[in-house]
Design a protein around this ligand. Structure first.
Ligand code: NIG
Ligand code: FE
Length: 407
């Protein structure tokens, strides 16, 4: 599996490189060469150097070739499901009410703690396969349904194993500050201490943590508690991101900026000052329209302010058992267009280039020489079709680091 990937050439593609400030950057009749898992050539087929003639060559028959998609915000490792809460919400209960009465995240915590590592892997792998089948080659997965060291470690190990099983990149985020576990009821500050001094250092020492996340919200943790956790992350050299301003303005965007965070996610209630601070810090706004849709929210994220300030916008599925049981990143692209009025080009940049940036990755997200050969080949002609079609199997094949992983 870890042998160097064989070189190959894709020819006769309609190649959407996204390599430029704006526009899809489409090259007709394009070729792409992959060498040792990296892109060695992108351009018009006529310009492909003769040395590539000997390499195995695939005819794309005019199909659209894009960067592999990146889902930069998921909670796809968990056990069980919460369809009962879906029913309760339809009968009038709110997400916050359900959470305050011990359901919500804590209900998934009970199921996840009770599951073995193998059970957790089997359930979660199926969800990851759904994303893989629609062109995802890089996936972020959060912990946060364990809320104790052993169960959080199990979730993060399962996340790593999913990457190995499917041959795609998985980035992990530690979300111990997702909810207050029953052992620490009414002792949120003590729990944050425990995260800072024990859980996070232990998981980091095992190499399980790529970034630190938290849920800063009325029903989550306070700005002060979030800052303490972020200080501990900083001391370990870990980047931060945040569930920010989803249900109320909790200064989330500004906190992210204060810590030079990778991203502020949700951001429906982020203030103009928060947006300005993110722009200065270079943090990404991760839009999660699936949660907005499922919770029937009405407050739109400040999209125009992000555009005006030059804050890059990413789009992610938020795949989780509570607010977004959505096993599709392409549907999130469609929702970002329909609900948030992103252009299909912004949606595509949101699941490629800007999603890479939200994960701190600079080696992917567009098609250019020297970058990873993370590729998606589609049975469509126009890049906007990726946001336009709702459902359907559009993916023809995909490659991660120059190895074919789907199709
Ligand atoms: O991103 N709100 C916090 N986290 C998730 C929901 C998790 C859950 O309800 O299980 C989110 O929306
Ligand atoms: Fe989330």
């Amino acid at each position: 599996m870890n042998r160097t990937p064989e070189p190959f050439v894709l020819r006769n593609a309609r190649l959407c490189s996204l390599d430029g400030e704006a526009g899809y950057q489409v090259i007709e009749k394009a070729a792409l060469a992959s060498h040792e898992g990296r892109i060695a050539f992108v351009g018009a087929e006529a310009e492909l150097a003769a040395e590539w003639r000997a390499a195995p060559t695939f005819d794309c028959e005019g199909r659209l070739l894009t960067p592999g998609l990146i889902d930069c915000h998921t909670h796809l490792v968990f056990a069980g499901q919460r369809a009962g809460e879906f029913e309760q919400r339809l009968l009038g209960a709110s997400y916050e009410q359900i959470a305050r009465s011990g359901g919500g995240i804590l209900s998934s915590v009970r199921a996840t703690r009770a599951a073995s590592e193998e059970e957790l892997l089997a359930e979660s792998l199926r969800r990851a396969q759904d994303l893989l089948a629609e062109g995802v080659t890089t996936l972020e997965i959060k912990s946060g349904y364990g809320l104790e060291t052993a169960a959080e470690a199990r979730m993060l190990r399962v996340a790593r194993r999913i990457g190995e099983e499917l041959g795609i990149s998985v980035r992990t985020s530690f979300l111990g500050a997702h909810a207050l576990p029953p052992e620490f009821a009414s002792r949120a500050d003590d729990y944050i201490d425990h995260l800072c001094t024990e859980m996070l250092p232990a998981l980091h020492a095992e190499g399980l943590v790529d970034a630190v996340d938290a849920y800063c919200e009325r029903i989550g943790f306070t700005p002060t508690q979030t800052r303490r956790l972020f200080q501990a992350a900083r001391a370990l050299g870990l980047p931060v991101k945040l569930h920010a301003d989803q249900l109320s303005d909790c200064e989330g965007a500004a906190i992210v900026a204060e810590f030079d965070g990778l991203s502020a996610d949700h951001v429906e209630f982020s203030s103009p000052d928060g947006v300005a601070a993110m722009a200065r810090a270079g943090s990404v706004a991760v839009l999660l329209p699936a949660a907005f849709y499922c919770l029937r929210e009405t407050r739109l994220p400040p999209i125009e302010a992000f555009r005006a300030a030059g804050v890059p916008m990413a789009v992610a599925s938020d795949l989780n058992p509570g607010t977004a049981p959505q096993r599709s990143l392409r549907l999130a692209m469609n929702q970002a267009c329909t609900l948030f009025r992103l252009s299909p080009e912004e949606a595509l940049r949101g699941v490629t280039l800007n999603a890479a940036r939200a994960l701190g990755l600079t080696d992917r997200g567009l098609l250019a020489e020297g970058l990873r050969a993370d590729l998606a080949l589609w049975d469509v002609r126009h890049p906007a079709e990726l946001s336009y079609w709702i459902g359907g199997r559009l993916l023809h094949a995909s490659w991660s680091g120059g190895r074919q992983v789907a199709g």
